[in-house]
Write a protein that binds this ligand. Structure first.
Ligand code: HEM
Length: 177
């Protein structure tokens, strides 16, 4: 079964490469559509609307990683317009900054992948069997990776989406180290 799925994936990637050579606009739109579709599943899992599935979470991160790696190639100068692109002109005006966003995205994905199934960091934080973990960060975005990591280990977890931004505005108590 696994072999069939992997073979299918290889064919899909091959098709994308062929398309990129001829039509970068269609290819980047198709790549981003894949990212959008994967995100819909990931956000349903994060919200608890569908049961958490660790293998699916890894697949989603893999879709992101492939996109972050390949998208660089799909913005040649010749593709500023045409093909119903919605890409902003600033992409080419400040191309280094645009490319850096893909690099930063790739780094975030790598960090999220490393956290998945990392039982030791939860143990080190004092999490015991049966505990419910509340995760937070600055504005609730990076904490989503920790939420998925906890659920991948079967640890019950909730996201404090207001995170530190809201907590500090409410003057909530803070422990220093
Ligand atoms: C999880 C993160 C992301 C999601 C869910 C997402 C989703 C999407 C979707 C749904 C589209 C429309 C595709 C279509 O027209 O059918 C799109 C287009 C686009 N995205 Fe993303 N995206 C993500 C990350 C990024 C990042 C990190 C960048 C840049 C650094 C980026 C740059 C673009 C650009 C430039 C387009 C327009 C392509 C064109 O019309 O030529 N996206 N994205």
């Amino acid at each position: 079964m696994m072999r069939i799925i992997l073979a299918g994936a290889a064919i899909a990637v091959g098709a994308t490469v062929v398309l990129a050579q001829g039509d970068p606009i269609a290819t980047r739109k198709q790549t981003m559509k894949g990212v959008g579709d994967a995100t819909k599943i990931g956000s349903a899992m994060a919200k608890g609307e569908v049961p958490f599935d660790a293998a699916k979470a890894k697949e989603i991160l893999q879709v992101y990683a492939n996109a972050a790696d390949k998208m660089h190639n799909y913005f040649p100068e010749s593709s500023k317009s045409g093909g119903e692109t919605t890409a902003a002109p600033t992409i080419w005006e400040n191309n280094a900054a645009f490319r850096k966003r893909f690099d930063d995205w790739a780094a975030d994905i790598k960090a999220a992948s490393a956290q998945t199934n990392d039982a030791e960091s939860f143990k080190a934080a004092g999490v015991k069997a049966g505990d419910t973990v509340i995760v937070y960060c600055h504005v609730g975005q990076q904490a989503t990776a920790t939420l998925l990591a906890a659920r991948s280990l079967g640890i019950e977890a909730r996201l404090y989406d207001g995170s530190f931004e809201e907590w500090s505005r409410l003057d909530g108590p803070v422990e220093g180290k």
